[in-house]
Design a binder for this molecule. Sequence first.
Ligand code: SF4
Length: 64
Amino acid sequence: MTSSSADDSVRGAGFGGLCTACAQVRFVHTQSGSTFLMCRLAKSDPRFAKYPPQPVRICEGYAS
Ligand code: SF4
């Protein structure tokens, strides 16, 4: 599994929503070809899900 903070292929893959443009997101790629969006705020704040259901439309933690 690999991850990245910015991934143009994922941004265009239909996730939409705030997470794809958020500074807190990590794109997690599995060996089977799946991609998940992981919220880094979840480590320190229980209000945020580690893998928020997509698309996220409103979020207090969003950061550009
Ligand atoms: S802070 Fe909100 S918008 Fe940003 S990655 Fe987490 S859930 Fe998505």
